[in-house]
Structure formats: structure tokens, C-alpha cells
Design a protein around this ligand. Structure first.
Ligand SMILES: Nc1ncnc2c1ncn2[C@@H]1O[C@H](COP(=O)(O)OP(=O)(O)OP(=O)(O)O)[C@@H](O)[C@H]1O
Ligand SMILES: [Mg+2]
Length: 380
């Protein structure tokens, strides 16, 4: 029997699974409908995709607008980007198969796309012939596709590009950014919403004066969801399924996970599973420790990829150290000389282990890892 569990994690949160974000929804809705390009940045699993999905549903209700969502998570090369992109733009604008084929021929005709119907559910597949590879000109045409279609259909287009940080893995990321920017700035009927994790890298792209995307649009830093919201939400979801949890205990779940959206949902789920009718302290604690246990192998593997000094640095971060170069910190955490600190920070940032918040405040991105590091690992 499939039980409908009241919490989701690792999937888009929507409808009754979605909570909070009123202000962000409003802001994003206003920006995108007002043609303001917007960049959304947060660490992984904080809710970017869910937020955009929510706003897109509202935008799509406006018949003069077409929204195109492209996830470039799997695009490891520029070439793959263009394929995925062309496909997504056509799909968003032509929902009927015949229209889709016709538009593919019309707009991509010269690139000789082979369009195949891959199954009965009409999932469209588009593959490009050799011509495409050899003819750089056509990349430009693909980038202009939203604007071209918008002119033809008279509808405004909003392009949402998820996992935007991935463009940094292409062979020549800077040249690629220049190219995107030079096309996009001419697209008067298209609005772009770009989002992803890796704050550090994205800030470099969008906030550094010498970069092509400098001041491309508004930047929205998505925050975690507040404790009170979580508490209300968790109580409600328990109640929806005929179980109970007090405001205090639901707040404790959020506290345990430092309000991290994904983990708070995950821990809530585990507590819910263990709760016959009313949650207790013991259940919350047992669920938390069992979750840390489950994750422990993952964390051990992660630790294996780090040098002893990198681990010590993370321990210092977890302990709330702020001045890593102080004599005391260097000795206590065996960080070497103060000249090392910059590299240790950089390595941790690049591995997505820490986040540097405004005010130069550093914290570990993963609250479960943080707990494991200070309570399990260091007690070995
Ligand atoms: N508004 C929300 N209400 C409730 N839960 C949420 C919300 N936003 C995110 N979550 C929780 O966080 C998880 C991750 O959300 P989502 O995939 O939208 O984040 P993301 O920032 O796009 O992550 P990634 O960087 O990995 O792509 C969801 O599966 C859900 O458990
Ligand atoms: Mg996402």
C-alpha cells in the first residue's frame, strides 16, 4: 500500500508541501512580469527550484506570457547546453506535437534537426545533425530563439535557467558568458531568471565589474525558512494525517536542522513515521540520531577526501571560530601558519562545504554534517 506521507524532500515542494516564501514569491512575480532579469542564489537544497516553480505557475496563468524552464544540471558541454536549450524553448511555446515539429523545422530547419517521437507519451527528442556541430553561426540562432519566437507569436517569454553555475564547467566559460550576454541584452521581449547554488561563483559572475554579467539584473539571496514557519507547517502536516505534535517539538525539529529546508522536511518525516499518534521528545531525539546514523557513511567518505588541515578548519568553523589567523586558533586547531587560512577557506568553498555570509561570517552548509563532525567524528 502506498502511504501518502506528509513531508517531501529531494523533490519540488508544491501545493500543501510548500510553505512560506510569501515575500519572495511576490518579489519574483513582480520582477519577472515586469521584465526584470533576476538571479536567485542560495546553497543547495534551500528551495530555489520550488520557489521558481511556484511563481511560474502564477505567471503561466497570464495568456500573454510563455514561460520556459530549462534545467542545465546535466549539460556538461556548451554543445549539450544548446540542444537542451533549443528543445526547452520550443517545447514551452508549442505544446501540440504538430506545432512542435513545424516550429522545429521552421526555426531550426537549416540545422537539420532530426526530430523523433520517442514514446506514446509524446516526449520530444531533438537531435542535431553534423551541420550543427560545424556551424558556429547556428548557436547564435538558438540563443536568439526566444526573442524570434516572441516576435512571431506576440507573446512575452520568460526563460528560467536552473543550475546556472554549471556553465562554469564548459571549456571556455568566460567566452560563453560574453556570448550569452551579448545576445540577451538585445532581447527586448524576453526576461531571464537565472538561479543556482555556489554563491561564491555566482557572485563572481554577476557582481564583479569586469565580468560580462555584471549588473545583469536583480539578485535575490534566498534565505532559509524561519523557525516559526516550520513549526506551524509541521504541526499542520501532522494534523492533516491525524497525528499530533506540539509547537515546541516541531520547533525543536527545525532547531536540530538549523531551519535547513531539505533536512527539516526529512527529519519531520522520520519523526512522523515513528509517531503512533502524538510525537514526544524521545521520538524526536531517536529520529534525529537515526538520521545522523544513516548519513554517517556519506560523511565518512567525504572526510576521506579532505586533508587533516582541511578537517581541522571545518572543526574550527563548526566551533564558531571567527578569527582563524589568531595564534590561539592556529595552535588549538593545528591549522599551520596564518598563510594557510586563505587556501583552506578556498578549498572548503569550492567543495561547497562552507558558505561565507555577509559580514564575512562563515558557516558549514550542512547542519547534519556539522553535528556529525563535532559530536561523532571528533569523539572517535
Ligand atoms: N517552500 C518550501 N516549503 C517547504 N519545503 C521546502 C520549500 N522549499 C524547499 N523545501 C524543501 O527543500 C527541498 C529542496 O528544495 P529545492 O529542490 O526547491 O531546492 P534547491 O535550492 O533548488 O536545491 P538544489 O540547489 O539542490 O537544486 C525540497 O525537497 C523540500 O524538502
Ligand atoms: Mg534546484
Amino acid at each position: 500500500m502506498m502511504i501518502n506521507t506528509p513531508f517531501v524532500y529531494g523533490r519540488i515542494a508544491d501545493k500543501e508541501d510548500f510553505t512560506d516564501r510569501e515575500v519572495e514569491q511576490e518579489q519574483l512575480f513582480r520582477s519577472l512580469s515586469g521584465r526584470v532579469n533576476t538571479v536567485i542564489i542560495s546553497p543547495r537544497r534551500w528551495g530555489k527550484t520550488s520557489l521558481v516553480n511556484k511563481v511560474v505557475q502564477r505567471l503561466a496563468a497570464d495568456r500573454s506570457i510563455r514561460v520556459c524552464q530549462v534545467d542545465i544540471f546535466n549539460c556538461r558541454t556548451e554543445e549539450h547546453f544548446y540542444q537542451t536549450y533549443a528543445m526547452a524553448v520550443l517545447k514551452a511555446n508549442y505544446s501540440v506535437w504538430e506545432d512542435f515539429i513545424r516550429s522545429a523545422r521552421k526555426y531550426l530547419g537549416r540545422l537539420l534537426p532530426a526530430v523523433t517521437l520517442s514514446d506514446a507519451a509524446q516526449t520530444y527528442e531533438l537531435s542535431f545533425g553534423l551541420d550543427f556541430k560545424d556551424n558556429k553561426m547556428t548557436y547564435d540562432e538558438i540563443l536568439d530563439l526566444p526573442q524570434t519566437i516572441s516576435r512571431d507569436t506576440g507573446k512575452r517569454i520568460i526563460v528560467c535557467l536552473d543550475e546556472f553555475q554549471n556553465i562554469n564547467e564548459y571549456d571556455e566559460p568566460l567566452a560563453f558568458q560574453r556570448k550569452l550576454r551579448s545576445h540577451w541584452q538585445l532581447h527586448t521581449d524576453v526576461c531571464y531568471c537565472l538561479y543556482g547554488s555556489k554563491r561564491h561563483m555566482l557572485l563572481h559572475i554577476f557582481n564583479d565589474y569586469e565580468m560580462p554579467f555584471y549588473k545583469f539584473g536583480d539578485i535575490l539571496f534566498l534565505q532559509k525558512i524561519a523557525r516559526e514557519e516550520w513549526s506551524r507547517f509541521i504541526c499542520r502536516r501532522f494534523a492533516d494525517t491525524g497525528k499530533r505534535i506540539s509547537a515546541e517539538l516541531s520547533g525543536m525539529i527545525a532547531d536540530r536542522m538549523k531551519n535547513h529546508p531539505y533536512y527539516t522536511q526529512q527529519l519531520s518525516q522520520q519523526v512522523w513515521f515513528r509517531t503512533p499518534s502524538e510525537a514526544t521528545d524521545e521520538i524526536v531525539n531517536a529520529a534525529f540520531h537515526s538520521l545522523i546514523d544513516q548519513l554517517s557513511l556519506l560523511f565518512s567518505n567525504l572526510i576521506d577526501t579532505l586533508t587533516p588541515r582541511q578537517i581541522n578548519f571545518l572543526l574550527a568553523v563548526a566551533d564558531g571560530v571567527t578569527n582563524f589567523s589568531s595564534r590561539e586558533a592556529l595552535i588549538r586547531y593545528q591549522l599551520g601558519t596564518s598563510a594557510n587560512i586563505k587556501n583552506l577557506k578556498k578549498a572548503a568553498l569550492e567543495k561547497d562545504l562552507i558558505d561565507i555570509l555577509p559580514g564575512n561570517h562563515i558557516e558549514l552548509q550542512d547542519p547534519a554534517f556539522e553535528y556529525w563532525l563535532t559530536n561523532v567524528y571528533s569523539n572517535r
